[in-house]
Design a protein around this ligand. Structure first.
Ligand code: ZN
Length: 71
C-alpha cells in the first residue's frame, strides 16, 4: 500500500494505491491505475493488480504520515 498523488496536475488529489496478487509467479504486465477523482489513467507493471481508492476519509493517513493529512 502506498499513498501517492494523482499525476494529473489539475487534480493532484491524494490516492491510496494497493497492489495485490503480485507474489504469484507471473510475468509482470502493465496494469491500469485510474484516479478515482478525475479518471486520469497511468500504467504500472505488476504481477498482480492494483486497487486505487480515495484517501480522503480514511484513517490510514494518521497511521502513516501526518504530513499527508494537512487539509
Ligand atoms: Zn486525479
Amino acid at each position: 500500500m502506498s499513498i501517492e498523488r494523482c499525476q494529473n496536475p489539475d487534480c493532484n488529489q491524494r490516492i491510496e494505491v494497493i497492489e495485490f496478487g503480485h507474489t504469484r509467479p507471473a510475468r509482470p504486465e502493465p496494469r491500469k491505475l485510474v484516479c478515482p477523482y478525475c479518471g486520469h489513467t497511468i500504467y504500472r507493471k505488476t504481477r498482480g493488480a492494483f486497487i486505487v481508492t480515495k484517501l480522503e476519509g480514511s484513517s490510514l493517513c494518521y497511521a502513516n504520515d501526518n504530513a499527508l493529512c494537512g487539509d
